[in-house]
Design a protein around this ligand. Sequence first.
Ligand code: NDP
Length: 327
Amino acid sequence: IDKIKVGIIGYGNLGKGAVEGIKATEDMELVGVFSRRDPKNLVVEDESIKKFHVDEAKDFVGKIDVMLLCGGSATDLPEQTPEFARLFNTVDSYDTHAKIPEFYQAANEAAKASEHIAIISVGWDPGLFSINRVIGEAILSKSETYTFWGKGLSQGHSDAVRRVNGVKDGVQYTIPSDEAIEKVRSGSNPELSTSDKHNRVCYIVPEDSADKNKIENEIKTMPNYFVDYNTEVHFITEEELKRDHSKAPHGGFVITGGETGENNKQIYEFSLNLDSNPEFTSSVMVAYARAAYRLNKEGQSGAKTLFDIAPSYISPKTNEELRRDYL
Ligand code: NDP
């Protein structure tokens, strides 16, 4: 059978993860990676991967079934999604939650005009977490939904600790508060602020002559970033930082606590525990590439979100196999 032909636009963390994700499937093949940088200078893991400049993408119309758009949400995707949805079926991981309505509209116009499918905001949040917020609240009408993030490495907060005087290097993890999770799991539907729900843990490599107490105090009292949170600061060596803190873990919980009948508590919970955020996110995108391909084959077009797509569309199994194996 013919494989689904997939291209990747943007070769950062997600783009690299997408290469691995496609390799792990049996029904897809990678046509190539498209970058705004000079393809000659692009270092790829595997020399068999074809590299192109992004301006060459238009020559692949008809030769690529789905483009995975792996650019950044801040400035790349608002341009790239409408641009490439005019030429291909697309899947992106746009994650600026507040701007999704206008992003959807631009993607929808482009994809409708060219009769393609553009699946937007695919990943875990937005993505699998969003689906579980919808399911939890649809089933439990009298309910409250809580999202906890972490354990996760936060780029912004890691940058902030590295700017503190006397800090040579360091990382910051956001960690869900066990206490807050227990309260939510008990079904008491507590009122919790973002800082009640999360703790911050920093691993710091100090300069040789640095005053550790001063560093710790400066971090813990930093406005906006740390002062409202329960913050831990640990001092480690450069070797330990390299050995133990060079991955990009993430994950979290979506918990809906509700009631049915006469005071029967019902807790719906979904969680992720990820060693590599970009590799997981791009694996979700690869699965939804199947859906983009199949929906378009059925004659559908326009922008879609994960809410619109039935699970059978993302599985490599047939509907018959799904009924037999998973029901
Ligand atoms: P990167 O910063 O690694 O890559 C973004 C783009 O930057 C790439 O497509 C690439 O474009 C360019 N780039 C990457 N590396 C370099 C480099 N060394 N020099 C110059 N340019 C470079 O971002 P990520 O891949 O980590 O994440 C992409 C987006 O995914 C994020 O903005 C985030 O919004 C989203 N995301 C969504 C999640 C979800 O759950 N929905 C979860 C995780 C991320 P080019 O090749 O054209 O130069």
